[in-house]
Design a protein. Structure first.
Length: 474
């Protein structure tokens, strides 16, 4: 198989595409190449030999066909927000979905159609007009495709489940260049695999998703703690969280350098702070929501607590966009935990007190509707955990890479006695290919996914991802 596209191959591909492709043909000397050849994580230095920026499903078909014909394994880029940078191909072909950004809502069915290149912000902007949401992620700049196909943990997971749990049908271009619809009646095996199996099975050009009535306003609260109050607050969080109803989200972020946010006073900006965020996931004016937010923002001894009502789409979903903007060096480690033991909290606080890098250690509350779906009913695995622990580390100096990554790994190793099984496939780092089987739920589920892969992509054309080998391949 070819791995690098040179000038001759680029010209040959241009000739092959000429009658069929209406999108942008972006080689290294194209004016848009510098922008389209970088992703969120600046540690990813891949440079594609050719970027095909599609504007329609027929463009995607043409791109997939030209990849297969020329022996290229294409990467597929939506938002480019994945830490491993799998949206880019080193020297090869990248299929860029970013011109496919249409979102439409059907009031009669409550279903939302989302093009394969949409960002979460595109979806939220449209659904907010109709007083509904699709549960999806925690940042507006994340791509729907990567997030949803890997599962989709977000602010609304507790009442409504994962993004992939909202799938009604998906339009997909297979490795053979065929356009098919995956739903419960046609290709149910493929629909099952797409609910957490990532981009292994083809290019999704349209998602049809269930929506839920919400907003457009959200009641949100924040409580900020310094080093003296952090341990007590986190222990209270661990004790209280499992008792909460699904109508509330409660999350913690351990920040070495507090960002300027709407509820952060100027004198705490830049300080080492643990921030608790409370989200009422029902009617913003419900008195029960006011009481819950007041209760949870008063836990322990906060330096500051606040409550306000904000638009979800234009406010809450964009609250950490700037903090995790494109162009920094990012490294993540994550784990599922059933509960935060006192010893685990002590180790987390010790790490936070001395961490020299930016970013944050996140404790995302899970549970609720996520666990309503049986383990066997989707490719997404390990649904039973109450919390998701995510080390979202950020810095800019390449000379710090080895030190900062090892500091992060060491803390996770220290937490091993309290960490559950599995890993969120969307958060796999480039150095974690040995954990792919674990990410997909273990050997039995991985084998089932391999059989689906063999049916729809027998030659493993789509392999620039957390890859599932077709059954029978090694």
């Amino acid at each position: 198989m070819a791995t690098v596209i040179d000038d001759n191959l680029r010209r040959r591909i241009a000739d092959q595409l000429a009658p069929h492709f209406k999108g942008d043909f972006i080689g290294p000397d194209h004016p848009d190449y510098p922008k389209r050849s970088v992703v969120w994580n600046a540690m990813v230095a891949k440079k594609p030999g050719l970027i095909l920026r599609c504007k329609s499903t027929s463009d995607v078909v043409a791109a997939v066909n030209v990849a297969r014909t020329n022996g290229l394994h294409p990467s597929v880029r939506c938002g480019g927000h994945q830490v491993a940078g799998n949206g880019l191909s080193q020297g090869g072909l990248t299929i860029d979905m970013s011109r496919m950004r249409k979102v439409s809502f059907d009031a009669a069915t409550g279903l939302v159609d989302v093009d394969g290149g949409c960002l979460l912000g595109d979806v939220d902007a449209e659904t907010a007009k109709h007083g509904v949401i699709v549960p999806a992620g925690i940042m507006s700049e994340t791509g729907v495709g990567g997030l949803a196909l890997g599962g989709g943990i977000g602010w609304f997971s507790r009442p409504y489940g994962l993004t992939c749990d909202q799938f009604v049908s998906l339009e997909l271009v297979t490795a053979a260049g065929e356009v098919i619809e995956a739903d419960e009646k046609t290709h149910p095996d493929l629909l099952w695999a797409l609910k957490g199996g990532g981009g292994n099975f083809g290019v999704v050009t349209r998602f049809r998703l269930k929506s839920h009535k919400f907003g457009p306003m959200m009641r949100i609260g924040a409580a900020l703690y310094d080093a003296e109050g952090a341990t007590e607050a986190l222990r209270a969080y661990s004790e209280i969280y499992p008792t909460l109803p699904r109508t509330v989200g409660w999350h913690a972020a351990m920040k070495p350098k507090m960002e300027k946010l709407p509820f952060v006073p100027d004198h705490l900006v830049g300080k080492r702070i643990v921030m608790f965020i409370t989200m009422w996931l029902g009617d913003a004016e419900d008195p029960a929501g006011v009481q819950m937010v007041e209760r949870l923002t008063s836990v322990g001894k906060p330096l500051v607590n606040a409550m306000r009502v904000m638009p979800f789409a234009a406010g809450v979903q964009r609250i950490i966009d700037r903090e995790f903007e494109d162009g920094h060096r990012y490294y993540t480690k994550e784990a599922h935990v059933a509960t935060l033991a006192d010893e685990a909290i002590d180790k987390l606080v010790a790490f936070w007190k001395t961490m020299p890098m930016d970013g944050e250690v996140e404790i995302i509350g899970l549970g609720g509707a996520i666990a309503d779906v049986a383990e066997a009913d989707s490719a997404f695995s390990n649904r039973g955990y109450q919390m998701w622990l995510n080390f979202a580390m950020r810095w800019d100096d390449p000379a710090k890479d080895a030190d900062y990554m090892e500091r992060t790994r060491a803390c996770v190793r220290d937490l091993k006695p309290w960490i559950g099984k599995g890993i969120y496939a969307n958060m796999l780092n480039p150095d974690e290919n040995d954990r792919v089987v674990e990410a997909y739920g273990g050997a039995e589920k991985y084998a089932k996914l391999g059989r689906v892969k063999a049916k729809y992509d027998p030659d493993n054309l789509f392999r620039i991802n957390a890859n599932i080998l077709p059954a029978g391949q090694k």
